[in-house]
Design a protein around this ligand. Structure first.
Ligand code: 1HE
Length: 264
């Protein structure tokens, strides 16, 4: 993957039809400055068409220490601060509602804006060292990267309030039980697991992945009647594509894999 468009705080590489994107500012615990946030947006906007999934991870001992606090220290311009938050919103929107599934590999600190970033991806794999915090309360600030919309949808408002009001941090296991991660991995095993999952997701029909990424969350938030109507439209769009028709024939003519039981 060409890195010419990326800031030095992000590096990417290609592994077949998977892109692996790394937060590469380990000296600052991958704290997100505005160049990195803009770089994330550009990366997802400019993703080559043959990339089918992205794995996001972080260098060093921590996934991400959140917002680069140096950038807001001294902030007094209300309008600029609103626009700063909205820059994060646009970047994370590009990721959440982009063309491909994003699998995030978490380890060490996943805090503040780092958790907001992780919450904008579709599948989270947590290594045992991962821990979660929302230190905005201690710093006198608030979520600004979409976290107040996305994190409660993963773990509920009461737990977010607890984390923000008391500084409570969650271990990898607690975060997993609460709904942050879909997978737990051994230390150092997260990236391989993330790549394995990305390959599976990239093997789906593009239209199905589009529906899962862009339609499903919106349907789930709709009034049930609107949701059911929208679902019928998306189902019809998906099943009438040549790709779906080929896959259905493959199954009926015994060329496609069967569903496997867990553990097999
Ligand atoms: C930083 C940041 C940062 C580290 N902004 N520079 N996030 C936080 O409140 C988390 C703040 N960070 C920490 O609590 C710790 O750094 C960690 C637990 C993540 C890691 O600890 P450690 O001992 O491995 O590293 P360190 O010595 O604290 O940090 C190494 C360097 O990174 C150091 O700089 P140096 O020049 O002295 O080497 C730190 O100052 C720097 N650093 N984290 C700036 N966050 C869109 S709104 C989102 C709102 C938020 O994200 S609030 C949460 C902010």
């Amino acid at each position: 993957m060409p890195d010419t468009q990326l800031p030095a705080t992000l590096t990417s590489q290609r592994d077949g039809n998977i892109a692996i994107l790394k937060l590469s500012r380990g000296a600052k615990r991958n704290a997100l400055n505005i160049d990195t946030v803009l770089g994330l947006r550009r990366f997802f906007m400019d993703l080559p068409k043959d990339i089918g999934a992205v794995v996001l991870h972080g260098e060093g001992d921590h996934f991400c220490a959140g917002l680069d606090l140096g950038e807001v220290s001294g902030a007094t311009d209300l309008h600029e601060s609103i626009l700063h938050s909205q820059t994060w919103h646009r970047a994370f929107h590009e990721m959440q509602f982009g063309r491909v599934p994003v699998i995030c590999v978490l380890h060490g600190a996943v805090v503040g804006g780092g958790l907001e970033l992780a919450a904008s991806t579709h599948i989270r794999v947590a290594e045992r060292s991962a821990y979660y915090g929302l230190p905005e309360g201690q710093r006198g600030i608030f979520l600004g990267g979409g976290g107040s919309v996305r994190i409660p949808r993963l773990i509920g408002v009461p737990l977010v309030q607890d984390m923000m009001l008391t500084g409570r941090t969650l271990s990898a296991e607690e975060g997993h039980a609460a709904g942050i991660s879909q997978y737990l991995a051994a230390e150092g095993g997260g990236l391989a697991k993330g790549i394995e999952l990305a390959r599976k997701a990239a093997g789906n029909a593009a239209m199905t992945n589009f529906a899962v990424i862009s339609a499903l969350p919106r349907i789930a938030e709709s009034h049930p009647d609107t949701g059911l109507f929208t679902e019928s439209l998306i189902a019809a769009i998906a099943e009438t594509t040549p790709e779906a028709q080929k896959r259905l024939r493959d199954f009926l003519e015994k060329r496609a894999a069967k569903i496997v039981k867990p553990g097999e």
